[in-house]
Design a protein around this ligand. Structure first.
Ligand SMILES: Cc1ncc(COP(=O)(O)O)c(C=O)c1O
Ligand SMILES: N[C@@H](CCCC[NH3+])C(=O)O
Length: 447
């Protein structure tokens, strides 16, 4: 496993993150346990700050969908980033964390009227309108609330991002956004301009996630600016700001070659500037909304090894106490991960094994064919790069409680998400009167 952020092997041969011995973390907080490296997370924020805000006066929105908690909101606010939220729940979390609402951008392809009303009540910075239905509903709701709302329109630029089928979003046949190519985007821009409670400030696109080819971004810039030139010609309107979404790829395994944030910025922003100039447009302020590349590499999940089952000549299954409940990505996208034994991190790999989760699904396999020192029950397995789309996509399948998350830094570990209890699992269960205790007693009596 590649050591990232503040990871190191200490002199006890244990994996250490943020100055904390992970074996001790596992003992103290139990497993599975999400461990978030605060210094690394902040470093990733600062890289974006430097590359886009300081150098080009742009704006960086952290994509909440990758990992959001009250504490994360505080860190994002402290680091001076803005926030991209996609639901009432994410918005509410930000509000409760006292995140500055003018720095919140509200996305989503099917925002409900209640969610839009909440966004208007909280006075979020921008609403990224995804479709015509939403545009008209928002105009009506803003009118009823007596406010004028700033929006951006999400467009589908028809750009091919070379990534997994389920996580590409910029192509024309997509549930997200308004198509440029067939004229729909032009029509809806004209419509938005005419609506009295709406102020159209900019355009947005997002081409996909886990992207390594920077050319995909410059291609998106070409399409977006080319289209802007047409819009300007036809309507006289041009965007003050242009949001190019997120998507920068991260390291999961040695097959991934992440590009530096500075390269991403230095390709995208000058491309926008040059294109704007060539079309005689004002240069729009460039916004990006990275998620995975901020939270992903800063997270590690610790598991305890349970059963180890060898099928001679075929495979050894090493089962851990978590799996698709806390990390559905391998089951959903065939994602690959690296891992090591945290309590024997100084030992050489000697066996090829496969790591199985504990859900009742054959597909609940965290890692196929990984080389490790022969794992035994009680070993602590650390899986890296689990900060993004793990906790945020976790579930209670098989009634497994969700793990806790600790934020580690300079030898201190603080819980930022408490471990769910069995009582949490039944908290929302209701038993109708006819199935209640008294009925059970009456039936027992009748017998
Ligand atoms: C609109 C939008 N913005 C930002 C992101 C964040 O993407 P990533 O986590 O790949 O940086 C996503 C998710 O892919 C998205 O759909
Ligand atoms: N959840 C996906 C990414 C979704 C992107 C959201 N637009 C993943 O884990 O890779």
């Amino acid at each position: 496993m590649k050591l990232q952020g503040t990871m190191r092997i200490n002199d006890r041969g244990h994996l250490e993150i943020g100055g904390c011995d992970t074996v001790e973390l596992a003992e103290r907080f139990g497993t599975p346990l999400y461990v978030l490296d605060e210094q690394y997370f902040r470093q990733n924020c600062r890289n974006y700050n430097r590359a886009f805000m300081e150098k080009y006066d742009g704006e960086v929105l952290y994509a909440a969908k990758t990992l959001l908690t009250l504490a994360i909101c505080r860190i994002i606010a402290e680091e001076g980033l803005s926030l991209d939220v996609v639901s009432g729940g994410e918005l509410y979390t930000a509000k409760k964390a006292r995140f500055p609402m003018e720095r919140v951008y509200f996305h989503g392809n099917n925002k409900s009227a209640d969610e839009l009303k909440l966004a208007l009540e909280y006075k979020v910075g921008r609403i990224i309108v995804d479709n015509q239905y939403e545009l008209l509903m928002l105009n009506k709701l803003a009118g009823e609330a007596g406010v004028h709302v700033k929006i951006m329109l999400r467009l589908t630029p028809g750009v091919e991002a070379h990534t997994h089928e389920y996580i590409k979003t910029g192509q024309i046949d997509s549930k997200f956004g308004i198509v440029i190519e067939n004229g729909q985007a032009m029509e809806i821009i004209k419509q938005a301009m005419a609506l009295e409670n709406i102020q159209l400030t900019g355009l947005h696109c997002h081409i996909g996630s886990q992207i390594f080819e920077m050319e995909s971004y410059t291609h998106a810039a070409e399409v977006m600016l080319g289209f802007t030139a047409l819009v300007y010609q036809e309507t006289g309107w041009q965007p003050e700001e242009m949001n190019f979404g997120g998507g920068l790829g991260i390291y999961y395994t040695s097959a991934d070659e992440p590009q530096p944030v500075s390269k991403y910025a230095d390709m995208l922003v000058p491309a926008v500037q040059t294109l704007a100039k060539s079309y005689g447009l004002i240069t729009p302020r460039v916004l990006v909304e990275p998620g995975r590349s901020i939270s992903g590499p800063a997270g590690t999940t610790l598991y305890t090894v349970g059963s180890v089952k060898e099928i001679p000549g075929i495979r050894t299954y090493v089962a851990v106490d978590g799996g698709m409940g806390d990390n559905p990505r391998p089951a959903l996208y065939q994602s690959r991960y690296e891992a090591l034994l945290a309590n024997r991190a100084d030992q050489q790999p000697e066996e090829t094994v496969s790591i199985a989760g504990k859900c009742c699904e054959s597909g609940d396999m965290l890692i196929w064919d990984i080389n490790l020192p022969a794992p035994a029950p009680g070993d602590i397995l650390a899986v890296s790069s689990t900060g993004a789309y793990n906790y945020s996509m976790s579930m209670n399948y098989n009634r497994l409680p969700r793990p806790a998350m600790v934020l580690v830094r300079d030898g201190a570990a603080d819980i930022i998400i408490a471990r769910e209890t069995y009582d949490d699992l039944i908290r929302n269960d209701m038993v109708p009167e006819r199935l209640g205790e008294s009925k059970v007693v009456r039936m027992a009596g009748a017998n």
